[in-house]
Design a protein around this ligand. Structure first.
Ligand code: MN
Length: 196
C-alpha cells in the first residue's frame, strides 16, 4: 500500500492531562488510520496511486480529496503539539505574532473564537499568506489552506472526535487546552520555511 500512517512524534500519554491517552489512541490509531486505509482503497489503479498527498490535495475532489487532506491535516496537527516547556511561545516569534495580530492575547482570542464558532466539523489554521501576513483561517470538513495558496503554520482539529472523550460538548475548554500544547518551535520553523 502506498499511503502509510505516520507514527506519532511522541508517546500517546504525553499530552495528558489536557488531551488523554485514550483520545490520542483513538484519534491516531483509528481515525487517522482510517483515512489512510480509505485513500489506499480509493486510489488503487488510479492516477493518484503514486501521487504525493500535496498533489492530491491540490487537484482531487470528493472522497479522494477528503481522505488525502485528512491524512495530511492530522499528521500536521499531531506534529503541532508538545508538552515541553522548551516549545512554548517565546523569543523572536513573539514579535512576529505581535506584528501580525497586535498581541499574543489577541491572536489567541481570535483563534479560539474562530475555532469555537466553526459550525460542525473542520479545522482552524494559522497560515502564511504570501501577500505578507499570518492569517487565521476556518476550513470546513477536510479543508486545507494549501488549496488557496496559503502555507499552513498551525492546525487545530475541531472535529468532535478530537475532544469529545475528554471534554464532551465543551469545545472551548478543549481549545484552551490545545493552545497550551502548541509546539511554537515547530510553528516558527514552518514560518521561517514559508518565508524562504
Ligand atoms: Mn481528527
Amino acid at each position: 500500500m502506498k499511503f502509510e500512517l505516520p507514527p506519532l512524534p511522541y508517546e500517546t500519554d504525553i499530552l495528558e492531562p489536557q488531551i488523554s491517552k485514550r483520545t490520542i489512541e483513538l484519534h491516531h490509531g483509528k481515525h487517522h488510520q482510517e483515512y489512510v486505509t480509505n485513500l489506499n482503497n480509493l486510489t488503487i489503479g488510479t492516477k493518484f496511486e503514486n501521487a504525493d498527498l500535496e498533489t492530491i490535495i491540490m487537484v482531487a475532489a470528493g472522497p479522494v480529496f477528503n481522505n488525502a487532506s485528512q491524512i495530511w491535516n492530522h499528521s500536521f496537527y499531531f506534529e503541532s503539539l508538545s508538552q515541553a516547556d522548551d516549545n512554548k511561545l517565546k523569543g523572536p516569534f513573539v514579535k512576529i505574532i505581535n506584528a501580525n495580530f497586535g498581541s499574543v492575547q489577541f491572536c489567541k482570542d481570535t483563534f479560539i473564537k474562530a475555532a469555537s464558532s466553526l459550525f460542525g466539523s473542520g479545522w482552524v489554521w494559522l497560515a502564511w499568506n504570501p501577500k505578507g501576513s499570518i492569517e487565521i483561517i476556518q476550513e470546513y470538513n477536510a479543508g486545507n489552506p494549501l488549496r488557496n495558496g496559503l502555507i499552513p503554520l498551525l492546525a487545530c482539529d475541531v472535529w468532535e472526535h478530537s475532544y469529545y472523550l475528554d471534554y464532551q460538548n465543551r469545545r472551548s475548554e478543549y481549545l484552551i487546552a490545545f493552545w497550551s500544547l502548541i509546539n511554537w518551535q515547530i510553528v516558527e520553523k514552518r514560518y521561517n520555511n514559508a518565508r524562504k
